[in-house]
Write a new protein. Structure first.
Length: 149
């Protein structure tokens, strides 16, 4: 009986933790990401300000996409969110220098592997597809056009 109670408590806490993270505001999510990137990539103040603006816009747009597709086709919503992430990723790459871009891409690949490993434990992931993923390369001389936003 005690085991069941302990397991129930652990499950309840993990569900609450996931729910609490998912419910963070765009501002809170932005602060977390920019802080982590600052630590990992040694960002200067100018880069921090630019990335703050980029991620704040990104999380607001993703929230709008989620709201828009909440009762509609979820696959279209996923596609729109992926496209938004791709635009955000390109903007981030423009802000970073060469060394930072390399570290950023390495961190993204590590994160993807962790996600795939978690999905594989649940029988949902496919590591074959992960091997085909390439780091985002961007021409820093040609910033994204205004229509992308």
């Amino acid at each position: 009986m005690k085991k069941i109670i302990k397991i129930s408590i652990v499950v309840a806490f993990s569900i609450f933790a996931n729910f609490a993270i998912a419910q963070k505001s765009p501002e809170e999510k932005t602060k977390i990401i920019v802080t982590k990137l600052t630590e990992k990539l040694t960002l200067n103040n100018e880069q921090q300000v630019k990335l703050n603006d980029i991620f704040l816009t990104h999380f607001n747009m993703v929230r709008d996409i989620q709201f828009q597709f909440k009762n509609e086709d979820k696959e279209l919503g996923k596609k729109a969110a992926k496209e938004q992430w791709s635009r955000t990723d390109q903007q981030v790459m423009i802000v970073l220098n060469d060394v930072q871009r390399t570290k950023y891409n390495e961190a993204k690949m590590k994160m993807r592997k962790n996600i795939m490993n978690r999905k594989n434990k649940n029988g949902k992931g496919d590591l074959k597809n992960l091997k085909n993923k390439k780091p985002v390369e961007v021409d820093v001389e040609e910033p994204l056009d205004e229509e992308a936003f």
